[in-house]
Design a protein around this ligand. Structure first.
Ligand SMILES: Nc1nc2c(ncn2[C@@H]2O[C@H](COP(=O)(O)OP(=O)(O)OP(=O)(O)O)[C@@H](O)[C@H]2O)c(=O)[nH]1
Length: 245
């Protein structure tokens, strides 16, 4: 469906682990290792289930996280939520957010969550939009990590993530650091050209852009685009499948 302003709309599932703070504090002082276990274990299970259904988890803060659900039928979104309910150490509540940008979609979802009881999901009938994923990567990061130090390289990628995530946010996109020198961002089709401009204006960075009917396909395409850039080493960006900007 074309949105009210003639734009297409993107769709996310925003999840809140309700009263997570109370749970963390219930673990006593020697708790950090338990919290890390729980967070990574829950993220692993939700990530696996999301990928199996074509969605993609962005862990964000771990107690508030997002799953990209464009191209995923409502019955599968509800199935993911019920699995989160089964696996989470606390009761979750969630809403599907819909908007012209991912920021608008998550703002709409957050508003809906405030009025949603724990263990419930707010979900409507929304059309699906193709997902644009942007896989950013630093040139020669491995060399940087060995020449200088891998910890300094980690500091540098965090500085870059801070700059890049702000720029993506200004375009209405969302982003997540994925380990190594990999940053994944999601935006809408209206902002592809703006993403390319960001990369053109920055040193030692490239971006593979993928477009797909669901998050998993889109991200696979962005990785394919990035691999092609590495193979040819003659451009800073590439889009798969081909897309006229
Ligand atoms: N999350 C994620 N990590 C990756 C991916 N590809 C490589 N990495 C990791 O990212 C780090 C850097 O790998 P590369 O980007 O391939 O290495 P590089 O030295 O930057 O080489 P070029 O990017 O080809 O210039 C390594 O820790 C890899 O294991 C990917 O698709 N996703």
């Amino acid at each position: 469906m074309v949105g009210i302003h003639g734009d297409n709309r993107v769709k996310i599932l925003a999840v809140e682990l309700y009263k997570y703070k109370d749970w963390t504090e219930s673990l006593g002082l020697d708790r950090e290792w338990i919290i890390q276990n729980e967070q990574h274990s829950l993220a692993y299970k939700i990530n696996t289930l999301s990928a199996e259904l074509g969605a993609f988890l962005l862990p964000l803060r771990y107690d508030f996280f997002i799953i990209l659900v464009d191209g995923i039928r409502n019955s599968h979104i509800k199935f993911i939520f019920n699995e989160i309910k089964r696996l989470s150490p606390v009761r979750p509540r969630a809403c599907v957010g819909y908007g012209r940008t991912f920021i608008e979609a998550q703002q709409n979802a957050a508003e809906c969550i405030k009025n949603t009881e724990p263990e419930n999901i707010g979900i409507g009938e929304y059309d699906n939009e193709q997902i644009v994923s942007c896989h950013f990567d630093i040139d020669n990061f491995t060399k940087l990590s060995t020449d200088i130090s891998f910890y300094k390289a980690f500091i540098d990628i965090n500085k870059l993530y801070s700059i890049l995530s702000e720029k993506i946010y200004e375009l209405g996109g969302i982003s997540q650091y994925l380990g190594g020198d990999n940053i994944l961002a999601f935006t809408d089709k209206n902002n592809v050209k703006n993403i390319l401009n960001i990369v053109e204006d920055m040193k030692d960075i490239k971006v593979g852009i993928g477009i797909g009917s669901n998050a998993r396909i889109s991200i696979k395409n962005s990785t394919e685009a990035l691999e092609k850039i590495r193979e040819l080493r003659n451009c800073k960006w590439r889009i798969v499948p081909k897309y006229s900007i």
